[in-house]
Design a protein around this ligand. Sequence first.
Ligand code: ATP
Length: 318
Amino acid sequence: MLFMKSTFIQTKQTLRPRITVAGSSATNMVIRAHHHPVPGGMVMGDQFFTTPGGKGANQAVTAARLGAAVTFLSRIGNDLFGRQAIQQLMEEGINTDFILSDQRLASGVAFVTVDADARSSMTIAPGANSAFSPEELLPAAAQIGQSDYLLLQMDIPEETVLQAAKIAAGRHVPVMLDPAPAYACSEELLQYVTVFTPNRAAASQLSGIAVTSMESAVEAAEIICRKGVKAVVMTLGEQGALALHGDQLHVIPPVPVEAVDTTAAGDVFNAALAVALAEQKNLREAAVFAAKAAAIAVTRWGAQAAAPYRREMEKKIF
Ligand code: ATP
């Protein structure tokens, strides 16, 4: 199968996919407010809370909650936030053996505002995430090679993302890349990507087509596919998603829910998509599964805190 390692069926792990995530960890400081501040402006919020985040860590936690055996590769500061982050990852049953401790830089931090329409905006101080170097992945090469999927995002240095993708591709491990924050990935990197998962902003940036409708989303996905990725699964926020592989196009309808906080919706979507593909669901089925997981997440506050557990995926949610 295109989206699977050919050895997968022969392993004893068929019931528990093995997912490796290389990416960021951060502590989110969240304020709920009626609307977002404009430049130079100030808004009064109501509640404040601190919650674990970072795109990589969000995806790792989601994959673990959905039943995967997860290894997380990251660089985290030797400080209170960093120690808390590692403790939380361990409590989720995630393998943290390859997490590097940065003695100089602080752990990643994000200031998040969530408005009355559940939309989040974020300012990130990447700290140790920005020092995660390509060489530091080498001790984890064998671990990556034993995975059913490698998940990557763009909030660690691009050369490190590229190195991880090369290690995986060289070992026939499929790579899922979420090009977030919206970022024009190099053509070289795209050659190693099996499933590419841009949101509307990233798809617009990469294709040169403003994604404002389903038609423009399909057009953008076709352009991106021609850049070398095997499949595109584009997330469209409250509009759902679309999946394009060759000439097969699947429109994934949104799951109607009452959203309160859309922070990490894309991360939950990505991790669920990878888990489902690793369990040999086809691309459409996997995207439907991912949309349901993300819909559950947007009904709850927080990033990792909002990620659904596998048992919740069996229930009807609307
Ligand atoms: P983030 O950066 O916050 O992680 P994103 O911009 O990468 O998010 P989106 O496209 O906003 O990702 O959302 C990802 C997926 O989450 C969508 O494809 C959809 O399945 C689901 N989703 C997002 N918002 C809603 C909503 N309001 N109702 C239902 N599902 C939603």
